[in-house]
Design a protein around this ligand. Structure first.
Ligand code: ZN
Length: 277
């Protein structure tokens, strides 16, 4: 059975100084440019067909039920937040392999965050095989918001990107993977047709995604090369282990709330990465 594995990346760094300059909450998700290049080599060696966003959209077999039909094991490469390394490293490395990326941008970061890509860079991330999508307006977690606030986040992100890129913006991912059914409907109304979450699964040919965001697999600083190979080949061992972990996470999120959970995750990941060094 064919599938598409949607990979979720964040910042990429090239040296120790660039890693040090990342915010603490970015570090658990950041990988080196060498690791990124190694990932693309492994995709190629495993004959995984890397789709650009247009090819991914063309794989939809039924728009009403959101069913896909992938003719061979595939991957879509996505990036969240809008770090300047998308332009500096991700874009040229993807192009070395002939691949295109899908870059989810948080517009509010462009003026408020010193490491964010500029509008000129973001326009280049929407050319050739590459595509830009939305990622909230301010990056606040949408699932826990009042309806008027979530409406603002979704509408404003689409409007701002559309205005600055002078093109329709059809895809988005939810910051922190946080959403509810009403948010999905609002995202559709705001112009987004392809909506991604961050629950760890592949997109399977036989599933429908009418009431769920499309799944993605997070690539973290801690993801080993062996795990990466399991992720892209839809290896049961990786996904079963993750689904057990996901249930524990869901319970913890319900108990302490999404924002506290995120802070706790970053704290633990940061501690682990400093122990490794
Ligand atoms: Zn994000």
């Amino acid at each position: 059975m064919s599938y598409c594995c949607v990979l979720m990346y964040h910042a990429i760094y090239n040296n120790k100084e660039e890693f040090t300059n990342l915010h603490d909450e970015e570090k658990p998700y950041a990988i080196s440019s060498d690791t990124f290049r190694e990932h693309l080599t492994i995709l190629k060696k495993n004959n995984i067909k890397v789709l650009n966003f247009k090819q991914f959209c063309a794989s939809i077999s039924n728009k009403n039920t959101v069913n896909f039909e992938f003719d061979e094991p595939s991957a879509l490469i996505t990036f969240d937040d809008g770090h300047q390394s998308f332009h500096k490293y991700a874009k040229p490395i993807l192009e070395e392999f002939g691949y295109g990326g899908l870059f989810f941008i948080t517009p509010d970061y462009i003026n408020t965050y010193e490491n964010a890509a500029s509008w000129d860079q973001i326009r280049e991330l929407n050319q050739g095989q590459h595509t830009v999508g939305g990622h909230g307006f301010t990056h606040k977690f949408i699932g826990a918001m009042l309806p008027e606030d979530s409406k603002y986040e979704l509408e404003q992100s689409n409007k701002t990107l559309t205005k600055n890129l002078q093109t329709e913006i059809k895809s988005m991912s939810f910051p922190g993977g946080s959403y509810n059914k009403d948010n999905l409907a609002q995202a559709n109304k705001s112009g987004y047709d392809f909506i991604f979450g961050s629950h760890c699964r592949v997109i399977s040919n036989y599933r429908t995604y009418t009431s769920y965001a499309l799944p993605r697999v997070a690539i973290r600083a801690s993801t080993s090369i062996e795990q990466f190979s399991q992720i892209i080949t839809n290896h049961k061992r990786y996904y079963l282990k993750k689904s057990g972990g996901a249930l524990a996470k869901k319970t913890l999120k319900l108990l302490i709330g999404q924002n506290k959970y995120h802070q706790l995750y970053c704290f633990i990941a940061e501690r682990l990465s400093s122990i490794k060094k």
